[in-house]
Design a protein around this ligand. Structure first.
Ligand SMILES: [Zn+2]
Length: 144
């Protein structure tokens, strides 16, 4: 999956802001060519009790789907942060995952974003995540 440096920084800033809670949001873009992100859209984590969960309201999903349609983009992914935890999907992440969707997880250690992994359900009818390579591209390169 391709993302620009600026978009990744936007996710890191969001993760830093919500620490020690998880941040979450949408990745809008195209599924073509292994997926590429055109827009990062932060969402509100409805869960404020636990630091290892995120919940996005159905209303926010609907609004994002509408905005994506307007921009002729797809919701290709969901991002969230793992405060003081590696960027590896949890059991909950696995259970709530949808097929096709990219799951970008940013690890935040003591408030500082550390590293990121992207995952997607394996295409086998088995609930297992596959690691997806993340390519950080120049915004100018995308326009070319
Ligand atoms: Zn998670």
């Amino acid at each position: 999956m391709k993302i620009t440096d600026a978009q990744l920084k936007q996710i890191y800033a969001h993760a830093k802001e919500t620490y020690p809670h998880e941040c979450c949001g949408f990745l809008l873009g195209y599924f073509d060519d292994g997926g590429f992100v055109r827009e990062v859209r932060p969402a509100t984590n409805q869960n404020q009790e636990r630091t290892d969960r995120f919940v996005i309201s159905g209303e926010e999903f609907a609004q994002t789907q509408f905005a994506a349609d307007e921009a002729e983009l797809d919701i290709i992914g969901i991002y969230h942060s793992h405060p003081d935890w590696p960027p590896i999907p949890s059991q909950t992440d696995m259970e709530s995952a949808w097929e096709e969707i990219f799951y970008l997880i940013a690890s935040v250690h003591e408030g500082m974003p550390l590293n990121t992994n992207v995952w997607r359900l394996a295409d086998e009818g088995v609930r297992r995540f596959e690691w997806v390579a993340l390519e950080i591209v120049d915004a100018a390169e995308l326009e070319a």
